[in-house]
Design a protein around this ligand. Structure first.
Ligand code: SF4
Length: 404
């Protein structure tokens, strides 16, 4: 969920330190684009486990160790085309191609490097990914990939550029994974953290998100604790996610301390009341021993007063202890009625939470000049309106009753 929006941001202190990584010039690179992303393609190598690749090799009459080589080529050497699997026999490569297999990497359509080092990628249709380089407290470089899970988003949160842009379809497993690999390639650095907070609501595409998560963990080797799945709340999905007992962080975007206000900011809240979300978050902790974090976008004059902060603290205390809130000052987007809060208001909100024993951090969104910041992921290269692609009945459609 573009909550990601919420998390396409970095803690303030880290962001300041990361100025060492500043790229002073703005650069735009355009790669050849494809007409359309493939749908429901079962002949994609990216996303397959080593065991599955060994089985594939065996099915094509090869020794199983060829599957191990395939795994190495895909996830270590990150080769993009079967033609370039140069250490595999030509006959095997031909067999793969003749059987319709392909790696599953899309060409990058456009890459923008912003003045603060945040990079936005897009493939042809509308998937955007943000890479955020940050130096942590110990001085080591981290690179976070903020990945999309859908093409657009059907939930239409009132402050969100992605939501305003419409919805087309869910992404497939490999289309999520390849975003991480594209960021690595662009930065020439390993991705250390992944946040499912780009375009779309991950819980509306949970199967592909979980499969991508597994591949990123086991094959690309990014620790589960280095990954965050964000949601604005979709009924029954937090329970489902809990049953997988992941060690990753679940970030729930609240944006309001009460149901009435929340419904005005997050229309889908009407079908998933705040008390039900909080109950599911409490159960999530019981099931996984992982505490949920909360995201809260601060909108000037709407939800950013000290009274709102106190109400939020009381809500969280009602449902548990030790909760952490990430505060995200709203990023201005074209055509939005919302405004960015004053720094003083943000500081007062944070202080009110802290004084009520709720830890909070203010996140500074980066990449404003690349339109890659939180709430700004809308494909400016997408010229036609996004509508669900009903021509492909194999694509699961979002739960329409969730929409207001
Ligand atoms: S509309 Fe809401 S759920 Fe969808 S991407 Fe935007 S903030 Fe996330």
């Amino acid at each position: 969920m573009a909550l990601l929006h919420h998390t396409c941001s970095v803690p303030l202190a880290s962001a300041i330190r990361s100025r060492a990584l500043t790229i002073s010039s703005r650069a735009a690179v355009t790669f050849p684009s494809v007409k359309k992303l493939p749908h429901a393609d079962s002949h994609v190598l990216l996303g397959m486990s080593e065991l599955e690749l060994q089985q594939l090799a065996a099915d094509l009459g090869q020794e199983k160790y060829r599957g191990k080589q395939l795994h190495h080529l895909l996830y270590k050497r990150k080769v993009k085309d079967i033609e370039d699997f140069s250490n595999l026999p030509q006959a095997f490569r031909s067999n793969l191609r003749d059987a319709g297999w392909r790696v599953g990497r899309s060409p990058v359509h456009h890459a923008v490097t912003s003045a603060d080092g945040t990079v936005k990628l897009e493939d042809n249709r509308l998937v955007e990914t943000v890479g955020i380089p940050v130096k942590d407290d110990k001085g080591s470089a981290r690179l976070t990939a903020c990945v999309s899970s859908q093409v657009g988003c059907p939930l239409r949160c009132s402050f969100c550029a992605t939501g305003k842009g419409g919805f087309s379809r869910n992404l497939q497993r490999h289309e999520i994974i390849e975003q991480v690999l594209a960021i690595e390639e662009l930065f020439q650095q390993r991705v250390t953290n992944v946040v499912f907070m780009g375009m779309g609501e991950p819980m509306l595409n949970l199967k592909a998100v979980l499969e991508a998560h597994q591949c990123l963990n086991k094959d690309v080797q990014i620790g589960q604790r280095m990954m965050t799945i964000s949601t604005v709340g979709v009924p029954n999905t937090i329970k489902k996610l809990a049953s997988h007992k992941l060690q990753s962080t679940l970030a729930v975007s609240l944006h309001a301390p009460n149901q009435k206000l929340r419904e005005t900011i997050v229309p889908s809240a009407k079908s998933y009341p705040l008390h039900a979300i909080m109950k599911d978050c409490t159960d999530y902790f019981q099931e996984t021993s992982r505490r949920v974090t909360f995201e809260y976008t601060l909108l000037a004059g709407v939800n950013d007063t000290v009274e709102h902060a106190i109400e939020l603290a009381e809500l969280l205390h009602e449902w548990g202890r030790g909760y952490h809130v990430n505060l995200i000052p709203f990023n201005p987007i074209e055509g939005s009625e919302y405004r960015r809060p004053y720094r003083k208001a943000v500081a007062a909100f944070e202080a009110a939470l802290e004084s009520h024993k709720i830890t909070a951090s203010v996140r500074q969104t980066r990449g404003l000049d690349a339109s890659a910041a939180c709430g700004q992921l809308r494909n400016e290269f997408q010229k036609s309106p996004l509508v669900p692609d009903n021509s492909d009945s194999s694509q699961p459609q979002p739960d329409i009753p969730l929409l207001c």
